[in-house]
Write a protein that binds this ligand. Structure first.
Ligand SMILES: *Cc1c(COP(=O)(O)O)cnc(C)c1O
Length: 456
């Protein structure tokens, strides 16, 4: 497989040329999904005993298959949480692959893990957590939340009386679906504070007071959100931290989406109290311009994470001798063999400097505020709530769910934009509304205008 022949060199050039073109293309065609049967009809059998050849396979990918995907970095992709990886980061993702580094243990990955840790030091500094706090790169927010929840649960179960108890976690309606999903993985129950707007100490206190004594014994953690995925709402972290300290509960802040905003002076005060967390999730693949996939989990006391996650195995022992002189990422989260997924972020930070990151995140916030202003000035539109971080929820007066859906599909079909409706929950009602989430600093005011004009 390693013989370099002419065909392989040509193939490499083709692939590199494609990659360079794609990296430099800031407004790629907005692709759309097709049925698997349709794609199969178009490309035929691709995995065969003889192989179809790299040239053919690549041509099918380039001309057919990639067109059935949606580029998340399109400047008018404002649905879900889009992304806008820097060119530097994407290029270094290629380098990360080409370098074939095993990122689990210092013994094999030292130089690369060093780079990840440089980027991690910066992230930890943004949180304001005390000396000793540190973190590790994961595949994303879900894996980060799971790693934090396992750490919290193991810490709680140190006490003999908790050893056979089923854990209980309190979070809010605004929390991301992965909290509930990962609670299933660790077989813990979840109770929700019934607010989609920000969770405060008052809500949390009332929820704790409503627990039976059996439930109170099982309660071991509170998950607050540092920027809800739906609306960009930051819970009242400082007052929640106070309750957690008082009640001896693990305090996890899920800032997978919002964590990037820690770098933005204009909104940093919203996160006051995050420095008191026991663990924090931040996804660089959301608002820190890294390619997929790249999440992080940061711990106030990484030793607790190591106790929960370190794997043992006879073939792994050697790493712990000679290799133990450095940081072993495998010991602090759920995954063993791992890509050095923090490397693209490191290279991009080193290339651009952290001030550029501050600018790019502030630009997302600025775009949200601009959109808010345009919506307020348009008589047929109305804000549901003021823009928060880079999310904007708004109504097209008179529209019902079906019209929002038609609007989404039409814009996508036309290759114009990907903007999707969402639901906004209040105590009495659930309403379908329109939503923007800005990540890409290349999005312009004109892009927003074009999309709003499709709502007339
Ligand atoms: C996106 C998101 C997650 C899940 O992260 P993945 O990287 O998709 O696994 C978790 N929490 C919040 C708040 C998020 O926005």
């Amino acid at each position: 497989m390693h013989n370099i022949d002419i065909a392989l060199v040509e193939m490499t050039l083709d692939v590199m040329k494609y990659a360079i073109n794609r990296i430099t293309n800031t407004s790629p065609e907005l692709g759309k999904p097709e049925k698997a049967e349709t794609l199969k009809e178009k490309v035929g059998d691709t995995v065969t005993p003889e192989g179809i050849g790299g040239e053919k396979a690549f041509q099918l990918f380039r001309d057919v298959l990639v067109k059935a995907t949606v580029p998340i970095d399109h400047p008018r992709h404002l649905a879900f949480v889009p992304a806008a990886p820097t060119r530097a980061a994407v290029m270094f993702d290629l380098v990360t692959s080409a370098s074939s580094i095993h990122g689990a243990y210092w013994m094999e990955g030292a130089g690369g893990i060093f780079c990840e840790n440089e980027a991690m030091n910066w992230l930890v500094s943004l949180t304001g957590m005390p000396e000793g706090a540190f973190g590790v790169f994961t595949s994303g927010g879900t894996a980060a939340n799971l790693s934090a929840m396992v750490t919290a649960r193991e810490y709680w179960r140190r006490r003999a009386e908790n050893r056979n108890r089923k854990g209980l976690i309190i979070t809010s309606v605004g929390a991301h679906s992965s909290i509930k999903a990962m609670a299933k993985v660790i077989d813990a129950d979840v109770l929700l504070v019934e607010v989609e707007d920000l969770m405060t100490a008052g809500h949390l206190k009332a929820k704790i007071a409503s627990l039976s004594s059996e439930q109170r014994q099982r309660l071991f953690a509170v998950v607050a959100t540092g920027g809800t995925t739906n609306a960009g709402i930051v819970d009242d972290l400082e007052s929640i931290a106070g309750i957690c300290r008082e009640q001896k509960l693990w305090f996890h802040v899920d800032a997978a989406y919002g964590g990037g905003a820690l770098v933005a002076d204009s909104v940093r005060s919203l996160f006051k109290g995050i420095e008191q967390a026991d663990s924090i999730t931040i996804d660089p693949h959301k608002w820190l311009f890294s390619p997929y996939d790249c999440g992080t989990v940061i711990y106030r006391d990484p030793e607790l994470a190591r106790e929960a996650h370190e794997q043992e195995g006879s073939y792994l022992e050697i790493f712990k001798d000679e290799g133990a002189r450095g940081f072993n990422p495998a010991d602090y989260q759920i995954q063993l063999t791992r890509r050095l997924r923090g490397l693209p972020l490191w290279f991009s930070l080193a290339t651009h400097g952290t001030d550029r990151y501050k600018w790019a995140v502030e630009r997302g916030i600025e775009l949200a505020n601009l959109a808010g202003k345009m919506i307020t000035e348009d008589p047929k539109l109305e804000l549901v709530r003021p823009p928060s971080l880079s999310c904007v929820l708004f109504r097209r007066k008179g529209w019902q769910e079906a019209q929002y859906k038609d609007w989404t599909f039409k814009n996508h079909r036309d290759g114009l934009a990907l903007v999707a409706p969402t639901k906004w929950k209040t105590r009495d009602a659930v309403e379908t509304v329109a939503r923007f989430c800005f990540i890409n600093p290349d999005t312009t005011e004109e892009d927003i205008r074009i999309i709003l004009d499709t709502m007339s």
